[in-house]
Design a protein around this ligand. Sequence first.
Ligand code: CMP
Length: 216
Amino acid sequence: LRKVSLFDQMTDEQLEHILSIAQRRTFPAGTVLFHENDYGAAFYVILKGSIKIFKRSAKGEEKVLTLLQSGDSFGELSLIDGRPRSASAATLEPTSVLVIAEQPFHELLRTHYDITRRIMAELCQRLRDTNQHVHDLTFLDSRTRVIKNLILLANRHGQRSGNLIAIRMPLNYDELAQMAGVQKNVLAEVIRDIEDRGILRLSPNEYTLDLSKLRS
Ligand code: CMP
């Protein structure tokens, strides 16, 4: 539990308390944990696996807002403002989470200022990311958006060795295209081009970016 940044400053006793108020649950890939507009009843911390946060249009098209991995948390918005879920959450692979119900979550915020502060900092980061995304959708062309999105995923979720960053992510082309805000055919075209230039190497559930080639 201490590997989760929200809890890394806590004493053994405090961690015992968290475990006593939380439930550990494991879900198979593709499980929707909650839907947009549901009543928000719990806060989640990812122990292992990955989650996509997404919205659907009236026509059923999806937009992936963000990807979260072990150590990340989600579901705080509706608990804090008392309004419905702002987006849906689904597992991308078998995923274990800690689930903290509404009342114990509020109690935790009241009694642990360090946790409250980190949740506020995470909310600030999400607003900054969203502003950047609005900027990119407004001002950047689709090719740049695809490359920028790959770099963003690499910086957030990748493992670096020298000039190479490997990102282990069970994302399909649809989800990558939705994140970058481009059509799937544009994504495929850009990926083919940067594979040909040796910038990107794709293998099942993993891709590797070569930063030295990206710069040139
Ligand atoms: P909540 O609204 O309760 O349920 C959906 C959750 O997804 C939300 O809380 C946040 O934790 C998370 N979320 C919603 N929008 C974003 C976003 N733009 N970036 C990152 N996380 C988000």
